[in-house]
Design a protein around this ligand. Structure first.
Ligand SMILES: [Zn+2]
Ligand SMILES: [Zn+2]
Length: 432
């Protein structure tokens, strides 16, 4: 593999003392620090030509850096080698019996993916591998929300006693005609510009609910798909659920419940991952995965019309791992969170209602996937029962108006959540 020295990590006990040397005595420029919530560490990068120094400051007593400093005092902590494909690098090392701290890459600073190699296999040095975030991916300007990822990709909302965090698993592209069904292109292309292949850009926005338990609603596309799939669907996951979960301060094993609106690949792909041995595993190791029984039946018995939407690798491993929980009816999944079957998009598609202290938020999933789908007849061509979608939308918008609910848009390229206003039958939105 090709590897470039990216940076040298230095554990710091007293940041001011460290800055007195690196910044004031040496006269080096220290960048604005970045908080890596999952590691409970603050990283201060100091560019030094082709590579950098990284001062690591613990932000909690149980952080790995705090434990390191307690044991050995401040000083050299790790070296980081940058590789093009971290998954391939880990597989190669594993095949050579190298002892790994992380068998799976995890989010690091600056949107990168990282994994550590154990010092016992690296001649006494802690070695970090890093795959940098791809900053060269072209996006349409109107959806280039990655420029300020913290401000736009991870959005926090308080709802009574609950905290709702809108996450992000990247962009993909679908045929604009299929996204708007019977609506003629001159109408929809004003709201959703098409590329040269007639595709429009959509986001994947899973929603995290923190209450008595931590729940993830849908999980985006995940990272199992190949280059051909990415080409067809214009996938850009250079910033994805791994990054946004880490920015939200949530580790995969913090999640207690994963709830599916339905099992189409753009909602369930992130439920599973392939480990270094190629085995499919649940992505959230402690979670119970809650799926509507009818949807499970349809997904595991697809027909010619819907088989392209259901990819067994996304959900069959859940049953094999014993973490699948099927529910039959509209019911409460955890305090404050209940499901309501809508049908329409597929027979057992469900919306998620989140309620606390008299306030309501709704995740309508693919019944109203973007802010361009507010009008009743603007229904996806993908929907199996479009007349049922129209009826479900009428009921949904009545609930929204009655409760002045906050609405989450699972696929909107720019708007994660909004309040809806209705005037003489015309709906508009105000971004939340
Ligand atoms: Zn769907
Ligand atoms: Zn969808």
């Amino acid at each position: 593999m090709k590897a470039v020295l990216d940076h040298v990590g230095i554990a710091v006990k007293d940041l001011d003392a460290a800055l007195a040397f690196y910044r004031d005595a040496l006269g080096l420029h220290v960048e604005v620090p970045e908080e890596v919530a999952s590691q409970r560490v603050r990283a201060h990068f100091i560019p030094t030509g082709q590579s950098a120094l990284e001062l690591l400051e613990a932000t909690a007593a149980d952080s790995a850096i705090a434990r390191y400093v307690d044991k050995r005092g401040p000083g050299l902590h790790h070296i980081t080698l940058r590789v093009d494909d971290i998954a391939a690098a880990l597989a190669q090392l594993k095949a050579k019996n190298v002892r790994l701290v992380d068998e799976q890459p995890r989010p690091g600073a600056e949107g990168a993916l990282v994994a550590f190699i154990h010092p016992s296999s690296a001649h006494g040095v802690l070695v970090e591998l890093k795959q940098a975030a791809d900053v060269n991916v072209r996006l349409k300007p109107e959806v280039d929300v990655r420029l300020k990822p913290d401000a736009t990709n991870v959005r926090r909302f308080a709802l009574g006693d609950l905290e709702l965090i809108s996450l992000f698993d990247g962009f993909f592209r679908l045929d604009g005609g299929a996204m708007f069904g019977v609506v003629p292109k001159p109408f929809w292309e004003k709201k959703a510009p098409a590329d040269d292949r007639n595709r429009i850009t959509l986001a994947m926005r899973p929603l995290l609910v923190r209450g008595v338990r931590t729940m993830l609603i849908d999980a985006g596309l995940g990272g199992k798909d190949d280059a051909k799939f990415h080409e067809i669907y214009g996938v850009d996951r250079s910033r994805n659920l791994d990054h946004t979960l880490a920015e939200a301060g949530v580790a995969p094993d913090d999640i207690d419940i994963v709830l599916a609106s339905h099992l189409h690949f753009d909602h369930s792909g992130g439920f599973t991952y392939r480990d270094a041995n190629g085995r499919l595993r649940p992505k959230f190791p402690r979670a119970q995965y809650v799926v509507r029984r009818g949807e499970w039946e349809d997904a595991t018995h697809p027909n010619e019309r819907n088989h392209a939407s259901y990819i067994a690798d996304n959900f069959v491993p859940l049953a094999e791992a014993g973490v699948l929980q099927l529910v039959d009816d509209d019911q409460t999944i955890m305090p404050g969170v209940r499901v309501k079957r809508t049908g329409g998009h597929c027979m057992h598609h469900q919306s998620i209602y989140i309620e606390s202290a008299g306030k309501t938020a709704i995740f309508p999933a693919d019944i109203v996937p973007t802010t361009a789908h507010l009008a009743n007849p603007w229904v996806m061509g993908y929907d199996l029962y479009p007349a049922d979608t129209v009826a479900a939308k009428q009921a949904f918008f009545k609930d929204v108006a009655d409760k002045d609910a906050l609405v989450f848009f699972v696929h909107d390229p720019a708007v994660a959540a909004a309040y809806i206003r209705e005037d003489k039958g015309k709906r508009t939105y105000a971004q939340a």
